[in-house]
Ligand binder design. Structure first.
Ligand code: HEM
Length: 174
């Protein structure tokens, strides 16, 4: 968080919301968003598909008519693709040209192909604007017990993925 805040202060200046046109100047913030989508995709199994014909994929037979779920939560934690997958390391995206717009199948939080999320252009802008503005407007800290014990990152699985224990964080004006 310190690195993202430092980038915001340097590029945007203190105490103001960021503008859409400024997102492109914030590569570290963009990397934080990608890393968050990799580890905590909001729709961990995308939307169900149905096989139109019997298909062979990597030695597995997918029978005609079967329901297919794509586990992007597992893809995001696959050690064959991501070194030290359990670690939150935004820096990996500063050296790896992977985007989440449907062209790189190792990172598809919005899905891919004809049924890709139609809200993606809006969602991408909103996530960067809200996160960047909240970080730039406030100094964030944790309640004392979370500072001592760490934040519980357990997830609750469902159609969407949420934190099992909601985050508590304290804003103070910078
Ligand atoms: C961070 C925010 C969002 C994420 C991660 C997300 C993710 C997804 C995913 C994974 C799918 C399924 C794609 C697939 O199975 O290939 C989907 C579908 C969809 N999303 Fe989003 N979405 C987000 C925001 C939005 C917003 C803001 C809207 C509308 C304004 C929206 C509208 C839709 C609709 C209508 C579908 C169904 C498309 C179809 O089945 O053809 N989403 N989204």
């Amino acid at each position: 968080m310190a690195k993202a805040c430092a980038e915001l202060r340097r590029v945007i200046g203190e105490r103001r919301n960021i503008e859409e046109s400024e997102i492109g100047q914030l590569p570290y913030l963009q990397a934080v968003v990608k890393e968050t989508f990799r580890l905590h995709p909001p729709a961990p199994l995308l939307l169900p598909r149905r096989a139109e014909k019997t298909t062979e994929i990597m030695g597995y037979t997918i029978p005609n008519g079967s329901r297919v779920l794509i586990n992007i939560w597992a893809i995001g934690r696959d050690a064959n693709i991501w070194p030290e997958p359990e670690k939150f390391t935004p820096e990996r995206f500063l050296v790896k040209a992977v985007d989440f717009k449907g062209g790189d199948f190792e990172l598809i939080p919005f899905g891919a192909g004809r049924r890709i999320c139609p809200g993606m252009p809006l969602a991408i802008r909103m996530v960067h604007l809200v996160l960047g503005s909240l970080l730039n407007q406030f100094k964030w800290s944790l309640p004392a017990e979370l500072e001592r014990n760490g934040v519980d990152m357990t997830e609750k699985f469902g159609v969407t993925l949420v934190k099992a224990v909601p985050l508590r964080a304290i804003p103070a004006h910078v």
